[in-house]
Design a protein around this ligand. Structure first.
Ligand code: ADP
Ligand code: MG
Length: 268
């Protein structure tokens, strides 16, 4: 329970898409307990694009794993749409992930014995969607791979494989997408192309996106930057763009009074 002013992505009476409450992760290490993550409080709103930044080893992947319920916290809790992951069984967690969470990994994680199209169809078949093939084709088209659906991952370049992975991640239209350094294994130009596609899909599907990166170009596209150091959030800032200001905020009688319009949201 926190008493401070809610951060960006807010708790202002609306259930956040994703919430971390006093989140911590410790690991036993030579008879002691090693702190990997501590005191993480975050509320992430619907459709927000949050970049998680921080040096290698600062706990970014650990945080993402906890958000997905792939790992269990030592302290605190994660809530998705107000539902506590801590209270869920492994089966419930698997079901929740299938319905609500998409993933993109640094190393693509496509199934090698399945074609690109079959890889995209897989999550749809798991939820027994009746239009899996059509939806897979639409998504492959959206990532510029309409003519590569019959190819196996080893017949595709890294950038193409990651585009298939994007199509797969969006297949079930999950409200929440978690991406761990999705451009980390790609060269600069390819990485940028993949990133642009990711952001385009995120915007058109109004997906909440939490993306781990240490690439400043990636961060430049995010709505909000959360910086981790030594397992703690040291800065949480909203990126202001001129085009973001709602019409009523610009045409109002005086200066904006909403805390969200002005706050830098420094934490720690
Ligand atoms: P990042 O993704 O920011 O590079 P990680 O979340 O992968 O960081 O790891 C944070 C810290 O936790 C690192 O120091 C890492 O070595 C340690 N760590 C993560 N997972 C394990 C594990 N299973 N066993 C021991 N140490 C781990
Ligand atoms: Mg990592």
């Amino acid at each position: 329970m926190s008493s401070h002013t809610p951060g960006p992505g807010g708790d202002d009476g609306v259930t956040p898409r994703l919430r971390c409450r006093g989140l911590g992760r410790r690991l036993p290490s030579g008879g002691r307990s090693l702190v990997i993550l501590a005191d993480v409080d975050l509320s992430i709103g619907d459709g927000e694009f949050v970049a998680i930044l921080g040096p290698s080893g600062s706990g970014k992947s650990t945080l993402l794993g906890l958000m997905a319920g792939l790992d269990r916290p030592s302290d605190g809790d994660v809530l998705i749409d107000g539902e506590s992951l801590g209270a869920m069984s492994e089966d419930d967690l698997a079901l929740m992930r299938r319905r609500k969470v998409g993933f993109v990994f640094q190393s693509f994680h496509l199934l090698g014995n399945f074609t690109a199209r079959e890889n995209v169809m897989l999550p749809l078949e798991l939820i027994e969607a009746n239009d899996a093939a059509r939806r897979a084709d639409e998504l492959l088209d959206a990532v510029g791979l309409a003519d590569r659906g019959h190819h196996y991952p080893n017949q595709l370049s890294g950038g193409e494989q990651q585009r298939v992975a994007l199509a797969r991640a969006f297949a079930t239209q999950p409200p929440l997408l978690l991406a761990d350094e999705p451009t980390g294994n790609l060269d600069g130009a390819t990485g940028r192309r993949v990133l642009e596609m990711l952001v385009e899909l995120q915007r058109s599907h109004r997906t909440t996106l939490v993306l781990v990166t240490h690439d400043p170009a990636v961060a430049a596209l995010a709505d909000r930057l959360v910086h981790l150091e030594d397992g703690r959030v040291v800065r949480d800032e909203r990126v202001q763009r001129a085009s973001d200001a709602p019409a009523d905020a610009r045409s109002g009688p005086g200066p904006a009074t909403s805390p969200h319009a002005t706050r830098g949201d420094e934490v720690a």
